[in-house]
Write a new protein. Structure first.
Length: 74
């Protein structure tokens, strides 16, 4: 099977930046304490030295799995 990205030109663009939550506003002169803002997570699944899958979990809870395919014999 031919890899999807074989021969494709990479796009020159700025890297993605994480979204930062705004700090809590003071109420009656007191600063509200809050839990740290959640961040997206990327889990790497390996078989030996090869990465075979990436599991990305978004802040909203959506989960995306990306299978990593390699040419035969590599």
């Amino acid at each position: 099977m031919k890899p999807f990205l074989l021969g494709k030109k990479p796009v020159d663009s700025a890297p993605l930046r994480p979204v930062h939550a705004h700090p809590p506003l003071p109420r009656n002169g007191l600063v509200l304490q809050s839990a740290p803002a959640p961040t997206p997570t990327v889990e790497v699944v390996k078989e030996g030295d090869k990465v075979v899958r990436l599991v990305i979990t978004c802040l909203c809870g959506e989960r995306i799995e990306v299978d990593c395919l390699y040419p035969a014999g590599s």
